[in-house]
Write a protein that binds this ligand. Structure first.
Ligand code: PMP
Length: 417
């Protein structure tokens, strides 16, 4: 009998039969609070009626339009709608299917537009698993081990990690920017540096918000050296952090925004946004794809943006995120194994650390498992998988947040005794 490849690692033993809002149900109708949201994807909750209706309607009308052959209305509508929420001036859109592909697209654009080769990425960043996006990824060695050389022309610089280095955020920023200047003086000459790519909140790398001063420092250096600033909003975008874009917390202007995950509530869709002037420097026809901008995914994305707007989900993410973090900090205060609780909006991580300050991977796994047994689904992240992260759908309610916190408190208690 054929089985799935063991290369896939399943975080929970659940066989999901159906989803409804913040809940998943298994085949025996056991209900789980889903604080994974399909890795931050089901922004409007599982099977939001508006998204279901839009997708069903589109399935019966036109499934596949193929945007390099014909254009279709859902993609035009989505483009118009994204234009209303993107940073001013970033009103040229390009669509593919996944976060990785959007990242790949931005590398192509940056190289063509600048005539330069190198991309500076930051330690702990996750940008995907294809050989280009994977080359930019250092969130954990499992994504690289045994795979060999990936895309050349990638240079790494530190991300400000105050907790890991036991320093203040200001010191971490100063260190990271000093190292970036050093990288530009030693490893990647400004004349060779096409772009910086950064996550506004380091995601897979451990849920570490980028301090605004760090992002401002990148902007300043990008301007000074003629490089582009690409923000990878694949996980942080579409309201996840309590602002529409993660970069909005810093008030920094990006040159390129990448979005995926929460954009279409579960349909595969990603987008790259840049200015007219920048996109015009790409070679026509040098990017594309068979499925990019699929009509059903685009219709689902339009419905997603409607729901995010009409149900005030960005504000809800900010409010519920604060409540969640506050609850989790109370749990951490009683369990020294949780050394740090941090995040932005509904992207919150609990870092497990042993008494001597080492990553406690086993403790995090036990707590995650104990939570799943109690009906709360969670994921880990960080280079040592010792950060238990919470990314519920943006529709999560106060009661659901409170339930999750009390299940978490029990799970941590059970895991540590
Ligand atoms: N960038 C970021 C910030 C991500 O979090 C992810 C996925 N976790 C990706 C890129 C890659 O997206 P995908 O898995 O859709 O290729």
């Amino acid at each position: 009998m054929a089985e799935l490849s063991p290369v896939l690692k399943q975080a929970t033993p659940v066989l999901a039969a159906r989803g409804d809002g913040v809940h998943l149900y298994d085949e025996d109708e056991r209900r789980y609070l889903d604080f994974t949201a399909g890795i931050g994807v089901t922004s409007t909750g599982h099977c939001h009626p508006r998204v279901v209706e839009a997708a069903q309607q589109q399935v019966g009308t036109l499934i596949h339009g193929q945007y390099t052959t014909v254009m279709h209305r859902p993609l035009l509508q989505l483009t118009e709608r994204l234009g209303e929420v993107l940073p001013a001036g970033l009103d040229r859109l390009f669509y593919v299917n996944s976060g990785s592909e959007a990242v790949e697209a931005s590398v192509r654009l940056a190289r063509q537009a600048t005539g330069r080769q190198n991309i500076v990425a930051f330690h702990g960043g996750f940008h995907g698993r294809t050989m280009g996006a994977g080359a930019l990824t250092t969130s954990g060695v499992k994504t690289r081990a045994g795979i060999g050389p990936m895309m050349p022309g990638v240079v790494f610089s530190p991300f400000p990690e105050a907790y890991r280095h036991g320093c203040s955020e200001a010191e971490a920023v100063r260190f990271a920017l000093t190292e970036l200047d050093h990288v530009l003086a030693t490893a990647s000459a400004p004349a060779d540096t096409a772009a910086f790519i950064v996550e506004p909140v380091l995601g897979e790398g451990g849920y570490i918000p980028a301090p605004p001063e760090f992002l401002a420092g990148l902007r300043e250096r990008a301007d000074r050296h003629g490089a582009l600033l690409i923000v990878d909003e694949v996980q942080t975008g579409v309201g996840r952090t309590g602002r529409f874009w993660g970069i909005d917390h810093a008030g920094v202007r990006p040159d390129v925004v990448l979005t995926a995950k929460g954009l279409a509530s579960g349909f595969p869709l990603s987008a790259m946004a840049a200015s007219d002037e920048l996109m015009a420097r790409a070679w026509p026809g040098s990017q594309g794809g068979t499925y990019g901008g699929n009509a059903v995914a685009a219709a689902a994305a339009v419905a997603t943006l409607d729901v995010v707007h009409e149900e005030g989900l960005v504000a809800n993410a900010a409010e519920q995120g604060d409540r969640l973090a506050e609850g989790l900090r109370k749990v951490a205060a009683e369990h020294p194994v949780i050394g740090d609780v941090r995040g932005r909006g509904l992207m919150v991580g609990n870092e497990f650390t042993t008494g001597d300050g080492k990553p406690d991977t086993a403790g995090a796994a036990r707590a995650q498992q104990a939570a799943a047994e109690r009906g709360l689904l969670l994921l880990t992240c960080g280079p040592h998988a010792n950060v238990v992260r919470m990314i519920p759908p943006l529709v999560v309610t106060t009661e659901q947040v409170d339930d999750a916190v009390s299940i978490w408190a029990e799970a941590v208690e059970a895991a540590m005794t």
